[in-house]
Design a binder for this molecule. Structure first.
Ligand SMILES: *[C@@H]1O[C@H](CO)[C@@H](O)[C@H](O)[C@H]1NC(C)=O
Ligand SMILES: *[C@@H]1O[C@H](CO)[C@@H](O)[C@H](O)[C@H]1NC(C)=O
Length: 322
């Protein structure tokens, strides 16, 4: 045991031999100890115990948490013939734009690798579910700095995407969407980035029937573009395809990267979200689309549910609302 004698400095601390075997550098207790050694002694830390606890926490965090999260989810409909769709929001692959790291630096390479590994591991849990999904919809913001990536970086990022979302032996169809981090927003909308994105991830707006529902994916980023050609094409899609209901008149699910308009007061976001969505915008984002555009979309598409994406400080949430 360590005893601290009343009124005396640390140089007068008595040591038990057991402690000394643990900390061999402390065999001359009569001399003044550097601060860290004093701190060490003060708490009497048992190193093997600490290592054991760390290892346990590490394993739980690295393997247990994702496993637990995925396995605590269950499909709403267990009918094997129903289509199962997983919606993934904002993977936002880390790049040199994310934290201002130099291109080609090892710090960037490590950051990219570990963030990719984290997502891959979580996705692997989804592919290994007892009944895996039939398809996956990525709700946009696949890239972080997509607006400024060159063609080479684009291809490299697509390869990273394919590695993270490796479906293994399962055949899972991917559906993609454009986000503000992929192509830029309003006056920062990059026509070039949008083209490159579509070459690698498919169209930015489409409809598809999966099971007994029709998915309508709209391009709200293009709708907010300051380029009127881009804007008109996105609105035209809503007008044209909105009026064309699927053959069986299936209920429609609307998917939008930017949430639809909501008033700042009195609009709740349901129990899964702790703070309401507030109107607001910045260089690379906008929280909601204008009321007029929202009314137009809802009148044309008449969705049964709306899925939208909203980026929080560290967390990406996707929500379903009536
Ligand atoms: C979505 O992107 C992935 C990766 O590039 C691609 O394999 C898939 O075909 C795309 N989906 C569509 C519907 O184009
Ligand atoms: C607007 O978008 C169209 C279609 O993508 C493109 O051809 C045109 O160059 C763009 N205009 C500007 C000013 O960027």
């Amino acid at each position: 045991m360590i005893q601290r004698k009343q009124g005396l400095g640390w140089s007068d601390v008595d040591f038990d031999t057991q402690d000394i075997t643990l900390l061999p550098t402390l065999d001359t207790p009569k001399t003044k100890k550097p601060y860290y050694q004093q701190w060490y002694l003060c708490w009497n830390i048992h190193v093997p115990l600490l290592l054991g606890a760390w290892l346990l926490l590490f394993t739980l965090g690295e393997l247990g948490a994702s496993r637990y999260a995925v396995h605590s989810c269950s499909w709403a409909n267990i009918d094997q013939h129903e289509h199962r769709l997983v919606v993934i929001a904002d993977p936002q692959l880390t790049d040199y734009y994310s934290y201002g790291m130099a291109r080609g630096s090892w710090t960037l390479a490590l950051t990219e690798f570990y963030s990719d590994l984290f997502m891959r591991r979580n996705f692997q849990q989804i592919t290994r579910m007892h009944t895996p999904p039939d398809s996956v919809l990525v709700l946009g913001d696949i890239f972080d700095g997509g607006r400024i990536l060159d063609a080479e970086a684009h291809t490299k990022h697509r390869d990273r995407f394919n590695w993270i979302f490796d479906t293994g032996r399962q055949s899972i169809q991917f559906y993609n969407m454009t986000g503000n981090h992929d192509v830029g927003i309003r006056e920062w909308y990059s026509d070039e980035a949008a083209k490159k994105f579509q070459e690698q991830f498919g169209p930015s707006q489409y409809t598809v029937v999966l099971g007994h529902v029709e998915l309508v994916v709209i391009d709200t980023i293009a709708m907010l573009s300051s380029n009127s050609t881009v804007r008109d094409a996105a609105l035209e899609f809503v007008k044209t395809y909105g009026s064309m209901k699927s053959k069986h008149n299936y209920p429609r699910l609307l998917f939008t990267h930017i949430p639809l308009y909501r008033p700042n007061q009195g609009a709740t976001c349901g129990p899964s979200r702790h703070s309401p969505i507030k109107q607001g915008q910045g260089v690379s984002y906008q929280n909601v689309i204008p009321k007029q555009t929202t009314d137009f979309i809802l009148a044309m598409i008449e969705p049964a549910h709306v899925f939208r994406c909203i980026f929080l400080v560290l967390d990406a949430l996707c929500e379903k609302s009536e």
